[in-house]
Design a protein around this ligand. Sequence first.
Ligand code: UDP
Length: 379
Amino acid sequence: MTVYGTRPEAIKVAPVIKALEASEMLDSVTVVTGQHREMLDQVNRTFEIGPDHDLDIFEHGASLSMIVARVLERLDPVLVAEQPAAVVVQGDTSTSIAAALAAFHRGIPVVHVEAGLRSGNILSPFPEEANRKITSRIASLHLAPTMSSRDNLLREGVDPETISVTGNTVIDALLMTAEKKTPFTDPGLESLADSGRQVILVTTHRRENWGAMEGVGRALARLATIFPDAQVVMPAHRNPVVREAVLPHLQGLNNVTVTEPLAYGEFTRLLSLARVVLTDSGGVQEEAPSLGKPVLVMRQDTERPEAVDAGTVKLVGTDEERIVDEVTTLLTHQATYDAMAQAINPYGDGRSAARSVSAVLHLVCGGPRPGDWKGGSPR
Ligand code: UDP
């Protein structure tokens, strides 16, 4: 049984669900919590996944505790009815921690996809760093995306026999989707694609950045003014806190495009068109390097050090001046740009879902244990 509730989880479990469905040894049951609503349904449509159960917990303004409480309450009877051999959760959301706990309470083994990411700061990202650590304490199988996430788990005393290094399933999702060259529903984006204009792609939503969002909005407005021939494109997260802080700064600027959240196929196409990516997203930090796009991360720390070490991702924080300076440098210094714009694949090779399912089969049916993915070398 796979349980998920937000856009990033949906993208990253979609290849796993497809691989579970294709397995002759397993039946796949999917449960969505509805922690996100439209953005979750959008991903399910992209990957043609029709959930078997929908806990429908979404409520505007729900606190973290309300989300966790609702998932616990509504998932428990589904677990009792379905009696799954294992429950698969992904990442670090309130859905994943609550689903892991609900399964644990019923004595059902928990499989943690994307296990072992650590920023080292319990408050950043918040609450995700804590969610990951708690899930690691109760999971029976840890599917670590990279050797460094495996090392994080070993340092915390996790039994190495319970860890498989699979690569990150987001790269499977990206490769499944990017080759389709999805048309944009927004005609403005379609003509931007033909225009050859430089695209500065922006996504932001992190809870710990909410206080800094006004400065991010001002930085984007200044960049649009400094680079009138570039186009700032921001698919705006549904969260009203983000929208209210950032969007007023962008009004009236004709080289700024603010869109609704894009369907995954459209977003990955936009990513492939971008010159520079400015983001606080985890998933985008993983996707952009494999497309050779320099990423400036609006955070102080990251649990995804691999692309930072390789030089294609740089942490720039949320200070307005710093954001303006860093983007300006990338757009005006070709050598700096070229040094960052290398296509590297530290996060996966597109076979992570297959390895994940082999590891699940080892857990529930005693099949052979898959070998660890040792990738991460430049393409
Ligand atoms: N994404 C998308 N449409 C958008 C913006 C992002 O499909 O308009 C995808 C993106 O490719 C990535 C994921 O959503 O895979 C990231 O989600 P988000 O930034 O919400 O969460 P995080 O990765 O930070 O957990």
